[in-house]
Design a protein around this ligand. Structure first.
Ligand code: PEP
Ligand code: MN
Length: 446
């Protein structure tokens, strides 16, 4: 069945590419027809089990960890890069889980995160102005007219790259690579790094003792050997997401089978826009990004539109206020939503409100600002008696130099050494683990 009729026609879709021939032209139509015939990337039942886990987190009984690239690229969908990202997320999750004494829901910003909203439609270098890079789903990062011209066939490549990425993710997380004892060995290696002093070594050895104790007692559950890992991305290019929206044979209801979880970004969450209409029609668990300009009225209207029946696990608010505004802006939102009785999961994205341009021209973020926003998020939830439900992090498993600070003391003058992001600056492997240990301390003390 063509699910297009589910969606309200004529609504404005922000941040869409200027496809050659237009959105109804032959090239987009051809790509969409191809996509419609391809099998789902995820099973609707998996979306439901993620929703059930989010429902548990909404009750304060689980913690959400979502991480991955700002913008995945086709070129970086290699075994090494995918493995390093998964490894980083698993290492973070192990520390968080131990100190929170809560299950951690592991979600990759992965296997579909190929499209980006941009503040400007064009980019100018010298006297040349070209279309902005909108992610590999749309065009190529190289600064030539050919590379920057949107190409709808890329949507098919998004599907294929997501499919092979997800296949490897499933193999790694089910095939023994994710065994908690192995993950702990990696963390021990990190915690020994002299740049961090003994602070994390003590935390790591505490985890080690628990694992040794269980081993000595003969405890060896399957849950130690495999993990559930979910995929997510911003639902931005509506032709792609609609082509992958299918009617689930079990329930007769529509699911976006491009990922387990999709979110609507800060720039596309207009209440009368096409993205919100899209999100309101699919059954997946949904995230909405909330920036510092979000009002209580916005938040309540979104709840009404996306989750009128207050279904547990359906809605996650991902706040991205900036370190300087979180303590001022978040309380009113959390309070009003809590008072309304609406079930939402509150997740902190400490990345997108803390981006600035270094004198060298590189977009960067300070590790201390990222940590300060997370700390503010915890403080606000503590004061209101609500659950600081999780974190949303732009990260990579590689040793890039894109964010400044952290124990490695990356300086603004170091950014050029290894700056590889196709879009926003990511925490590198070490910075990500450091963040996890610091957030684990916050969770332990919460
Ligand atoms: C993003 O997550 O990469 C992004 C663009 O975020 P936001 O919608 O919060 O600006
Ligand atoms: Mn980003």
């Amino acid at each position: 069945m063509n699910t297009d009729s589910l969606f309200t026609p004529g609504l404005v879709a922000a941040q869409q590419p200027q496809w050659p021939g237009g959105v109804n032209g032959p090239e987009v139509t051809k790509a969409v027809e191809t996509l419609r015939k391809l099998p789902p990337l995820v099973f609707a039942g998996e979306c439901d089990s993620l929703k059930a886990r989010i429902a548990i987190a909404q009750e304060g009984k689980a913690f959400w960890l979502q991480g991955g690239d700002c913008a995945e690229t086709f070129e970086a969908a290699t075994a090494d890069s995918i493995r390093n990202r998964i490894k980083t997320i698993l290492q973070m999750a192990a520390v968080l889980q131990y100190f929170a004494s809560l299950p951690v829901i592991k979600v990759g910003r992965m296997a579909g995160q190929f499209a980006k909203p941009r503040s400007s439609d064009t980019e100018t270098r010298g006297d040349v102005t070209l279309p902005a890079y909108r992610g590999d789903a749309v065009n190529d990062l190289a600064f030539t007219l050919e590379a920057r011209t949107p190409n709808p066939q890329r949507l098919v490549q998004v599907y294929n790259t997501s499919s092979s990425t997800l296949n490897l993710v499933r193999a790694f997380t089910q095939g023994g690579f994710a065994d908690i004892r192995r993950v702990h060995e990696w963390n021990k290696g990190f915690a020994k790094d002299p740049r961090f002093g003994a602070r994390y070594e003590q935390m790591a050895s505490e985890i080690g003792r628990s694992l040794d104790f269980m081993a000595s007692a003969g405890v060896d559950p399957d849950a130690f050997k495999t993990v559930d890992f979910y995929s997510s991305h911003e639902a931005l290019i509506l032709e792609y997401e609609k082509a992958l929206t299918r009617i689930d044979s079990r329930t007769d209801l529509p699911y976006d089978v491009s990922a387990h979880f999709v979110w609507i970004g800060e720039r596309t969450r207009q209440l009368d826009g096409a993205h919100m209409d899209f999100a309101s029609k699919i059954q997946n668990p949904i995230g909405i990004k909330l920036g510092p300009k979000s009002t209580v009225e916005d938040a309540l209207a979104m709840i009404k539109m996306l989750n009128p029946n207050n279904e547990p696990g359906r809605l996650t608010f991902i706040t991205r206020m900036g370190a300087s505004l979180i303590r001022e802006k978040l309380p009113a939102l959390v309070k009003a939503v809590t008072d309304s009785g609406a079930k939402v999961l509150w997740v902190c994205d400490p990345m997108h409100g803390n981006t600035y341009e270094a004198p060298s021209g590189y977009k960067t973020r300070k590790f201390d600002d990222v940590m300060d926003e997370v700390r503010g998020f915890f403080e606000v939830h503590k004061a209101l008696g609500t659950h600081p439900g999780g974190i949303h992090i732009e990260l990579t498993g590689d040793d890039v130099t894109e964010c400044v600070g952290g124990g490695e003391q990356i300086l603004e003058s170091d950014l050029a050494t290894r700056y590889e992001s196709a879009c926003d600056p990511r925490l590198n492997h070490t910075q990500s683990l450091e963040l996890a240990f610091l957030v684990a301390e916050m969770l332990r003390d919460h």
